[in-house]
Design a protein around this ligand. Structure first.
Ligand code: FAD
Length: 408
């Protein structure tokens, strides 16, 4: 039997970004009714001695957002790994760059956290907030944008109407496609192989990244001396690295990493993710806003994807709360455009920077190699510039500064 439900806001996608938005809105505007619809129920149960192959480097700015929505403690009590240093070097020369949190007077630069840990903590928090209703797993069938509301219908016939729908449904966003919002992407023939390994030497709480001409290879520190690997390369090479035996893979990984952490003692599974780089031409239209990967997807080399999504969340909450205070329609284009203007500039500069870095480090031209090595060494040497990059990487003092300004 079909039923009809009305909500002030419906968020499609209860991943790290969509669920953070739901929690933040419920914290900041207690009279709002919020629905979260996701095609899948979250994974809440796993072997404690296993690691999720998908992890995120969470910046200080994102940590602050999690604190403000009462989620950080729930994440922290599960498992987090602080990284205190970052070490970046170029396979095609002698260029290297070292960031130490102590130079900034900070205990760490951020934390490496398993995605499933973040999603579980957010899920627990959403269950505590009475304004939020969860619809998991639920398949959407159709959406209709009207002047005064958006209507959504599930495959089982359940009908929803709302003043504002938010597409937080990831890089292949169904909502974005239904709204006919085009994306502008860069040609990007790369995939990321991810796995978890145990190394002979301790990782020294350092996020390591070596730039090979095929793409960057990152070792991200986890607890108990384990490291999470993100190896970006061509899709064919990623497939080959998945197909070879574990022992062969361990040898190739150690060589590609110049044995910085000694032998690779164990490898736990391997998975490949296609990499994309795009942003949408519009983040909003009447009664619709896109956030996170649905609006922009970047290369994981700087570990910024979800952090940008969480900055979208902080901005959109601020815009919605101000509209509510001013008794404005939260789904009106004029209100939503503020969010779009705010976030587009920050997201675009990160997208362009990531594309540039990827191309510069992918080049085999001798002059480009010389220049990038000179650039890395100079950056390492010039303290104010280095500090600026570190602040950017930590998500503090970001270009607009606005997300940090908001209460969330
Ligand atoms: C290999 C790799 C490493 C990365 N490392 C980092 C890192 O270190 N730091 C960092 O900041 N970022 C990193 N990223 C990027 C980060 O993973 C993404 O930016 C982040 O997952 C985006 O979150 P999201 O909530 O927007 O989308 P998603 O995580 O994709 O969540 C989307 C949600 O929507 C749901 N959904 C999808 N379709 C529908 C539908 N039709 N109906 C209903 N629900 C739907 C899904 O079930 C899911 O729950 C990495 C990415 C990759 C590929």
């Amino acid at each position: 039997m079909s039923s009809k439900k009305d909500f002030d806001i419906i968020i499609v996608g209860g991943g790290m970004v969509g669920a953070s938005l739901a929690c933040g809105l419920a914290e900041e505007a207690e009279n709002l009714s919020i629905a979260v619809i996701d095609a899948h129920a979250p994974n809440l149960d796993w072997e404690q001695d296993s690691y999720d192959m998908r992890v995120s480097a969470i910046t200080r700015a994102s940590q602050m957002l999690f604190k403000n929505i009462a989620v950080w403690e729930k994440i922290f009590e599960q498992r987090v790994s602080p990284y205190r240093d970052m070490f970046v070097w170029d396979a095609g020369g002698k260029g290297e760059l070292h960031f130490d949190s102590a130079d900034m007077g900070e205990a760490d630069l951020g934390h490496i956290i398993e995605n499933r840990v973040i999603v579980k903590a957010l899920h627990q928090r959403m269950l505590e907030l009475p304004q939020i209703e969860l619809f998991y797993p639920a398949q959407l069938n159709s959406i209709e944008f009207n002047e005064l509301n958006t209507r959504l219908i599930l495959e089982d016939g359940t009908e929803f109407s709302t003043s504002l729908v938010v597409g937080a449904d990831g890089t292949r966003s169904w909502i974005r496609q239904q709204a006919d919002i085009a994306v502008k992407g860069w040609d990007f023939d790369q995939a990321a192989l991810v796995t978890t390994v145990k190394t002979e030497k301790y990782h020294q709480d350092t996020a390591w990244q070596r730039f090979l001409n095929t793409g960057p290879l990152a070792f991200l520190p986890l607890s108990e001396g384990y490291s999470s690997i993100v190896w970006s390369t061509s899709p064919e090479e990623a497939q080959r690295l998945t197909d070879i035996s574990e022992a062969e893979f361990a040898v190739e990984l150690e060589q590609a990493f110049e044995s910085k952490l000694g032998k690779i003692e164990s490898v736990a599974g391997r998975a490949v993710f296609p990499l994309r780089l795009f942003e949408t031409l519009n983040y909003v239209k009447p009664r619709l806003a896109l956030v996170g990967d649905a609006a922009h997807t970047i290369h994981p080399l700087a570990g910024q994807g979800v952090n940008l999504g969480l900055a979208d969340v902080a901005s959109l909450i601020t815009v919605i709360v101000e509209a509510l205070n001013d008794k404005k329609d939260i789904g009106a284009l004029k209100v939503l455009r503020r969010y779009e203007r705010w976030r587009r500039a920050d997201n675009r500069s990160m997208l362009v920077a990531m594309d540039g870095i990827k191309r510069i480090f992918g080049s085999e031209l001798a002059i480009v190699k010389d220049l990038r090595n000179f650039g890395l060494n100079m950056t390492d040497y010039v303290t104010p510039f280095k500090n600026l990059i570190m602040q950017q990487a930590m998500g503090v003092n970001v270009a607009s500064g606005k997300p940090g300004d908001s209460k969330v």
